[in-house]
Design a protein around this ligand. Structure first.
Ligand code: PEP
Ligand code: MG
Length: 750
């Protein structure tokens, strides 16, 4: 059963449009469940309470598009209204039954209908009917499972179909990833290189596309022949023959001819190749013979090989528009590195959320990002005009003049706000009642420190050292690390620079140190890895302490501390490194201040113990929120539940502040909440007076600090703590910001 289900879902996902997808479903169901008829009703997008018959098999096809049911009307409307299956032995005798004249359905009184539900919304109803033999429990379970699995596919196919047929403005909604707005042109990068995500593109350079296609095919043919020859020594003859058979398929025939025809019709080579491969693979999947059906995978494998070569050639000629909006299924930090920074205006990603590292990077670069957009029609977006609103997590595809005018006005207003904020650069961050706040920057994502210095930052509150590790293909040597750390310590001479020891694992993988875990955020991460590999830790700390000689502004921060033992072990190693360097250099080496990140709930409850062992603590609100609320920071499906202003997170932070106060251990905050204007208000209310944030947030945070008194922020926090959910708290703080005329700091427009 599982195979049948998988096959239908895969085929539906590959169908070119929603109509083909529905025909596939009705056909497969009639066959798999020996039914006589199958119908699919889908909710009308303009009138969601109306269900329209979109596909039928086994009944009179003339009725498609003509039969409509309101919620609670007829069997279909009742299933949709109750969001519940209906299994009937004699449908015409049910009180809700409504006959569809001339449909032929009276001949099939045995009826089973199930709702199709995605994201809590009823998208439609699938029904099957028979002349005799009741539908048993297994069949009901099968149809229910299929409907649940198909819901997302149907939702996606519908949304993409709507997008391609309507050239009007199409609004998409995701999660606010990084603040700001942009108007620009979409660029779809296909780094992961898979057939499904190749974007559609038209070309006028038919000769150029033909020649890069032929070149890619030639190279793959050559490689396959070579591999076949090489394998001869170690593999049986029939296995080697596969390589040669692949090469043969590329030497002419319909795979090549059909692709060339599509290119000649004006499509670029990758999408022409994708379509040909999919069509050929589809023919194989339909074959009854299991062996032949499996050959579909060979075709796709071959397809991928040629595609990789093709994309490699294409990426050499990438021409980035001046206002590039990077679009992808999963935009990654490395994708960002591919775009010249002066062209990068925005990011739209189908996956991820506001605390994904790519969103944090976008924030640091001052680029608006919309993350986690369900059903983003990625393939159709390349070259399309987009408006990105990173404040509320929405974007407009093909914006019409009214949207463009509105956002052009917002952009002007934002430019005025930015200009105004520049005036605060050299002023200190003090509340109206003269409470001083230290503003620091989060760094490590970029090598250029000039913007941080220009923004008036008073030091670096969090330097994420993992980035230099991630962009290499091996661990950086002590000397390489020394130079990187020295650069930042020298640049901020006289100001504190907090270097965090390596925090990889979770969503920050190292290509050369693969970790395969079912649950990476709860697994081998941060200090857990570096304590298991003291050679990595010691090399890093040596580089840090050596770089600090003569500047003395280093502070070391330990990530993912979950208990005292990790601190004890880390401190032993750090002290040992200090002693070694002292001996090597023959001079006194000061032990830098050592801090612990408080980002794991167990650390909150041990705050007094932890504070007794360190010089400072820094709250990582990104992870603290994820672990306290049990909400994956990267998962768009639960992004609505992720909020650092959740009352539980605020209460945990109050507990940290109170615990640390007992030993007068300084507390700062370096998670994204520290740069969110509403977060600034809440954190100051707790008595926190050191905030570290993306450079782009610094002047906005300063403006907020200078606009309120500490006394009123304490009062607001008391109100927040009495509220029961994050939304109410956000609204309360946003309202206060609006009252001061500062709404433009958190949304588009003044
Ligand atoms: C945090 O968790 O809040 C933090 C600052 O660290 P990172 O986002 O790098 O995990
Ligand atoms: Mg963290």
């Amino acid at each position: 059963m599982i195979h049948r289900l998988q096959r239908i879902v895969q085929e539906v996902n590959r169908a070119p449009d929603i109509d083909h997808a529905l025909v596939l479903i009705t056909g497969s169901l009639i066959q798999d469940l020996s039914a006589d008829a199958c119908t699919i009703f889908l909710a009308d997008k303009n009138e969601p309470n109306l269900l329209v018959l979109k596909a039928c098999e086994g009944l009179n096809p003339e009725i498609i598009g003509k039969v409509k049911r309101k919620l609670d009307q007829g069997l279909v409307g009742t299933i949709a209204a109750r969001a519940e299956a209906m299994n009937l032995l004699d449908a015409p005798r049910h009180k809700k039954f409504m006959l569809v004249p001339d449909s032929g359905e009276v001949e099939f009184p045995i009826y089973l209908g199930v709702p199709i539900i995605a994201h809590r919304e009823v998208l439609g109803v699938i029904s099957i009917q028979r002349a005799e033999n009741a539908f048993n429990e297994d069949e009901e379970a099968y149809l229910t499972t299929l409907a649940a699995q198909l819901a997302t596919s149907i939702e996606r196919a519908e949304s993409q179909g709507r997008f391609s047929t309507e050239q009007t403005t199409h609004m998409i909604k995701g999660v606010a990833g990084a603040p700001g707005m942009a108007i620009g042109q979409a660029m779809v990068l296909n780094r992961g290189v898979n057939l499904e995500s190749v974007p559609d593109k038209k070309t006028t350079d038919i000769e150029g596309e033909l020649s890069s296609f032929r070149e890619a095919v030639r190279k793959v043919c050559e490689e396959l022949t070579e591999q076949g020859e090489k394998m001869r020594a170690s593999l049986p003859e029939e296995e080697c023959a596969l390589f040669l058979a692949y090469a043969q398929m590329l030497s002419g025939g319909s795979l090549i001819d059909d692709t060339e025809k599509s290119i000649a019709a004006g499509n670029w080579a990758p999408s022409s190749w994708r379509d040909t491969v999919e069509q050929h693979a589809y023919v194989f999947t339909q074959m009854e013979d299991r062996y032949l059906a499996e050959r579909a995978n060979d075709i796709r494998d071959l397809g991928l090989r040629v595609l990789r070569k093709l994309m490699l050639e294409q990426s050499l000629y990438l021409d980035f528009p001046d206002q590039t909006i990077l679009v992808g299924d999963e935009v990654t930090a490395t994708d960002l590195a591919d775009v010249p920074l002066d062209c990068l205006s925005g990011i739209v990603s189908a996956h991820g959320s506001s605390s994904s590292h790519v969103a944090i990077l976008a924030h640091a670069l001052g680029v608006p990002a919309v993350m986690g957009v369900p059903n983003l029609p990625v393939k159709q977006l390349d070259g399309v005009k987009l408006v990105v609103d990173g404040y509320n997590g929405s974007a407009f595809i093909n914006p019409d003049n009214s949207v463009l005018d509105e956002y052009s006005k917002y952009l002007e207003e934002e430019a005025a706000i930015e200009q105004d904020l520049l005036g605060l650069k050299n002023q200190s961050a003090v509340t109206l009642d003269q409470r001083q706040v230290t503003l620091l920057v989060n760094s490590g994502l970029m090598s250029d420190h000039t913007p941080s210095l220009r923004s008036g930052a008073e030091g670096v509150g969090l330097y994420r050292t993992e980035i230099p590790f991630q962009i290499r293909d091996r661990f950086p040597s002590e000397e390489e690390q020394y130079l990187i750390y020295k650069d930042v310590l020298d640049t901020f001479k006289g100001m504190p620079v907090v270097l965090r020891t390596l925090d990889v694992g979770g969503d920050k993988p190292l290509s050369y140190f693969p970790i395969d875990e079912a649950n990476p955020f709860l697994g081998w991460r941060g200090v857990r890895i570096t304590l298991d590999h003291p050679e990595i830790f010691v090399t890093q700390v040596r580089a840090m302490i050596r770089a600090n000689v003569g500047v003395n502004n280093l502070e070391i921060l330990l990530p993912m501390i979950s208990g005292k033992a990790e601190l004890v072990e880390s401190l032993v190693l750090i002290n040992r490194v200090r002693d070694e360097i002292e001996e090597e250099l023959g001079e006194t080496i000061w032990l830098p201040k050592i801090g612990a990140m408080i980002e794991v709930p167990s650390a909150v409850y041990q705050i007094e113990d932890i504070c007794s062992m360190v010089d400072f603590v820094s709250i990582g609100t990104n992870d603290l929120t994820q672990y306290l609320l049990a909400v994956d920071r990267n998962n768009e499906n639960v992004a609505d539940l992720y909020s650092s202003l959740h009352p539980a997170v605020l209460k945990a932070m109050c507990q940290i502040v109170e615990g640390a106060a007992l030993s007068t251990t300084p507390v700062s905050v370096c998670g994204e909440l520290a740069g969110d204007p509403l977060g600034v208000m809440a954190l100051l209310g707790m008595g926190i007076d050191s905030l570290s944030m993306s450079v782009g947030s610094l002047l906005r945070a300063k403006k907020v600090i200078m606009s309120f008194s500490h006394a009123e922020l304490i009062e607001m926090l008391q109100r927040a703590l009495s509220m029961s959910d994050a939304f109410m708290i956000r609204e309360m703080y946003a309202g206060k910001l609006d009252q001061r005329g500062l709404g433009g700091l958190i949304r588009a427009g003044k």
